[in-house]
Design a protein around this ligand. Structure first.
Ligand SMILES: [Zn+2]
Ligand SMILES: [Zn+2]
Length: 279
């Protein structure tokens, strides 16, 4: 059985409006491609920062620009007009855990994806004015802070899945790399991950980025598996054609690490289903 749970019904720019993309026709385009690619369980997980309600959690200027949609309307559309699983991609913002919990309580989510996109006000995956690399920081400090924050996100208990768990590598050779062995940095997240009942996302989105690598790196995934964590498989699609992107590579990675099951979610209950490949 294959899943794609980390899916956006639109691109990340503001021209991609809810009015044009939260429609039965658009969902049909996604469902058709998912069917062709053998994806049995399809869910959507729009970015929390596209919704006005997100400003009750954090008022980052980028969020202020983007928070124009209504969270309840998104939930109602998915529940009433589609058979998609209902998810949301929520940022972990240290110190704002209670506010995020309040926002999440307002929805009957099948699952909540937890992402670390920001370190303070700076973003790890955005070019331009919010780019964390703009101030020429020490790359080991950026990686250490990223993985410490990821561990805190796991420990917060707010999330069912940790998304793109080593997103800090997104730029690949286009940004400085840490001097230390990356495993030193992975370790910083590991206590939090080991203590939390959270699934680790294996995402093929990194293969579409300059990183040219699945999230997470093989060594990091092996450490999470060692800590007893289950895996959730997704593409982080932002268009129908991204669905199931290069899943053969993800399956090869999972099978090589002895993973034969992946997570599915319903009303925040996790169940493991067979991937259907021998390990
Ligand atoms: Zn993300
Ligand atoms: Zn995403």
């Amino acid at each position: 059985m294959l899943t794609d749970l980390h899916v956006h019904l639109r691109r990340d720019d503001r021209e991609a409006t809810a009015e044009r993309h939260f429609t039965a026709e658009n969902v049909e385009r996604y469902a058709e491609v998912a069917g062709e690619r053998g994806i049995d369980v399809l869910g959507v997980s729009e970015h929390v920062h596209r919704f006005r309600e997100a400003l009750s959690v954090w008022r980052h200027p980028f969020w202020e620009e983007n928070a124009v949609d209504d969270l309840g309307a998104y939930r109602d559309f998915v529940r009433e007009e589609t058979d998609l699983r209902l998810g949301i991609e929520a940022d972990f913002v240290p110190g704002r855990e209670d506010r995020l919990a309040n926002l999440l309580d307002a929805g009957d989510w099948d699952y909540v994806l937890g992402s670390v996109h920001f370190l303070g006000d700076a973003a790890v995956d955005m070019g331009g004015e919010w780019d964390v690399w703009r101030s020429r920081p020490d790359p080991d400090k950026v990686w250490a802070r990223y993985f410490e924050t990821l561990g805190e996100a796991a420990r917060s208990g707010l999330f069912d899945v940790l998304s793109h768990p080593d997103l800090v590598k997104v730029w690949g050779p286009e940004r400085p790399r840490p001097r230390r062995d990356p495993r030193f940095h992975y370790e910083l997240a590991l206590d939090g991950i080991a203590e939390a009942d959270v699934a680790i996302e294996v995402s093929t989105a990194g293969l579409r980025k300059a990183a040219r690598e699945i999230y997470p790196a093989r060594d990091f995934l092996a450490m999470c598996l060692e800590a007893g964590r289950p895996v959730a498989l997704s593409s982080d699609a932002h268009a129908p054609n991204d669905l199931g992107y290069r899943y053969e590579d993800a399956i090869e990675l999972l099978v090589s690490l002895g993973v034969g099951q992946i997570a599915v979610f319903e009303r925040r209950e996790r169940r493991l289903v067979s991937l259907g490949w021998e390990t």
